[in-house]
Design a protein around this ligand. Sequence first.
Ligand SMILES: Cc1ncc(COP(=O)(O)O)c(C=O)c1O
Length: 291
Amino acid sequence: MKIYINGKLVEKQDAKISVFDHGLLYGDGVFEGIRAYNKLVFKLKEHIDRLYESAHTIMLDIPMTKSQMIKSVIDTIRANKLEDAYIRLIITRGEGDLGLDPRKCKGNATVIIIVDKIALYPDSLYKRGLEIVTVPTFRNLPEALNPQLKTLNYLNNILAKIEAINAGAEEAIMLDHLGYVAECTGDNIFIVRKNHIYTPPQCMGTLRGITRDTVLDIASKMKIAVHEHVLTRHEVYISDECFLTGTAAEIIPVVKVDGRRIGDGKPGEITKKLTDQFKKLTKTEGVKYAL
Ligand SMILES: Cc1ncc(COP(=O)(O)O)c(C=O)c1O
């Protein structure tokens, strides 16, 4: 496996960064998870744009242009000779001292690109559907650490994930501080009711998921009504269908929430149709590369 670190492709065992890197010491950095299917990098521009937007807000200078970043991503995929891949882009504040002052990180930001495979869940769970729970840990307040920033600071999500695991579930619904549904630990959430699709708006404290946007697009093209709407747990419990979206998980049906069966307890028809269209899109759309 070849890993890109600061302009060089190195073997996995040589892919090392300083223990003084503020990405490690403080989670001071940003990241993206991207997928390539069939030698096409899906929504690459959208992921790169979101990466630079997160970096802009945390005032982290990425020491290369977007087109240089895109080229480096493609070069790293090609070096790993993968037709289908999961790409992790990580930019940290770089090496500083033990204080948290970012001005002490004098060199450039650290740029890392890892190209690997990922399967969050076994195939059987995509067929059967997930059973998830609501957890006590609220999603971060947008006014404190805005969930729209995809930063290396994921402890809010990890705490919720631990609560889900402790409850015997694979995923957690995270609520905002008012008790409305925000998102899951690494996915956006959707429900279907009476053939309409609903997902919480960004202002509820969610990441603007690229898979979420893709699903909203697909649904509109299929002439299914979509609403970005505040959701309560009750609305999730009485939905006909529920599913989660994310680059790593793709589209995964949910069949039980907090012990309540969703619809007839099986993955729903609209979820299946959206998944079929999503799969078609990922096979044909994206930034092409040759191996
Ligand atoms: C907290 C959170 N919400 C939602 C998502 C889904 O976003 P995307 O579809 O862009 O991968 C992710 C994954 O990136 C995430 O970490």
